[in-house]
Design a protein around this ligand. Structure first.
Ligand code: FMN
Length: 406
């Protein structure tokens, strides 16, 4: 997978989730493996130039956290340009621009929405950034404001002409928020609109078959995963394995590396399914991580939070993180109720030990959850038409935060 001059170990990306995809989480994901590029939470370009303490904390990184992109937000071309140059001098792999939602009144400070409505102005801002740095400059956008205003293909074309190196597209409109189905045909239109740059598809990828379906049906060169990684930090490793072992006719990453536009890829029609919307023989699905593995990784995550943010602050921040791990534990209300009160590592350990004891009542003789207590399989919005009628589904929750601007 290549983005400009940058060669990445895989075509799987960690999406920015403000408040969640910080250094500790990125390290957790990288230790498990499979991810090609991570992106920081959104950072205000001006705050970065002013060396604001919070902005600097957002770009904190380590050698083990490479390659890393920083996502910038802003509308003043000079500030965006200078912030990009600053990031390049600090050694970051690439700079991503948040293009947010597409209607001016929604974002009256001129970033995000204004960027999608004022193509000329946005292209000029991007050109200024591209000319100021050698590292790739990328952009992240939605499909448009609503189904009648799918502006992403036009914007993508203008940005490619301005020198952007890749585009991340969340396959929903601003009006959709996080509801409804991710529009694979919409992402495909963006793929078809550009000549050479890779388009990275995004939205609702929570299983390896969902990643493959997005790659196959849109021709995108890679996929970016946000909330799915919070449920399951193994998703990159498992997806990479699934893609490598599948007999797909579509190999977008290789084709892009060879300089062939992904829009020329053959579109594979999805066949009747038996595993989360994909035939088993399409690839090897590694087993879901065991409870003990999830607990081990969760504890590692907390250790890193404490190391990077200090014990009290790290534990407080972890109050909103731990319940994401717990979503795959089976019955977990005893854990969630108590973990939101922890302020020290010792308190967390205590909550965990009590929970492990309490959870034993739901186990069978082999120490596995009894079938009726097992969490339901996760199914992406765009896999539902292929879903067996008998399968119950769980929607992907949206964490608290200013989600209306993402
Ligand atoms: C809590 C939260 C924070 C987010 N923060 C950002 C952000 O800082 N920058 C951005 O471009 N997108 C942000 N997003 C959007 C995600 O990157 C992604 O496009 C969206 O969640 C869909 O992908 P997913 O279904 O894999 O999560 C955020 C989404 C959520 C739910």
């Amino acid at each position: 997978m290549r983005i400009g001059a940058l060669t990445l170990p895989s075509n799987l990306f960690l999406s920015p989730l403000a408040g969640y995809t910080n250094l500790p989480f990125r390290l957790v994901v990288r230790e498990i493996g499979g991810v090609g590029l991570c992106t920081t939470d959104l950072v205000n370009a001006r705050s970065l130039l002013e060396k604001n303490k919070n902005a600097l904390k957002l770009i904190e990184t380590r050698p083990a956290d490479a390659p890393l992109a920083v996502q910038l937000f802003g509308s003043v071309p000079e500030e965006m340009r200078d912030a990009a140059a600053q990031l390049e001098s600090l050694g970051f792999a690439s700079v991503d621009i948040n293009m947010g939602c597409p209607v001016r009144k929604v974002c009256n400070v001129g970033g995000g929405s204004a960027m999608m409505t004022e193509l000329g102005k946005t292209a000029a801002l991007v050109k200024g950034m591209v000319e100021a740095v050698k590292i790739p400059v990328t952009a992240k956008m939605r499909l448009g404001w609503d189904d009648d205003n799918l502006t992403a293909p036009d914007l993508a074309r203008a940005l490619e002409d301005a020198g952007i190196a890749a585009i991340f597209v969340h396959g929903r409109t601003r009006e959709q928020g996080f509801g409804g189905t991710v529009n694979l045909a919409g992402i495909r239109k963006v793929v078809e609109a550009v000549k050479n740059i890779p388009i990275i598809g995004n939205g609702d990828i929570i299983t390896p078959p969902a990643a493959k379906k997005m790659l196959d049906e849109t021709g995108c060169a890679g996929v970016s995963i946000g909330r799915g990684a919070f449920y399951n930090p193994w998703i990159f490793q498992h997806t990479l394995n699934y893609l490598r072992t599948s007999a797909s006719t579509s190999k977008p990453a290789n084709v892009v590396a060879a300089g062939v536009s992904p829009r020329h890829l053959k579109v594979v029609q999805f066949a009747p399914t038996d595993v989360g919307g994909c035939r088993k023989e399409d690839g090897e699905l590694l087993p879901e991580p065991a409870f003990a593995d999830r607990v081990r990784v969760m504890c590692r995550h907390l250790d890193l939070m404490i190391e990077i943010f200090g014990e009290e602050h790290g534990c407080r921040m972890f109050r909103k993180v731990a319940p994401w791990y717990a979503k795959r534990f089976g019955p977990c209300h005893e854990f969630n109720k108590r973990v939101v009160q922890v302020s020290t590592r010792a308190e967390f350990r205590n909550v965990l030990e009590n929970y492990i004891r309490w959870r034993q009542q739901f186990l069978d003789g082999n120490g596995e959850l009894q079938p009726r207590y097992r969490p339901q399989p996760m199914i992406a919005s765009f896999m539902r038409e292929a879903e067996p009628a008998s399968t119950q589904r769980e929607h992907i929750p949206v964490p608290k935060g200013p989600v209306e601007v993402w």
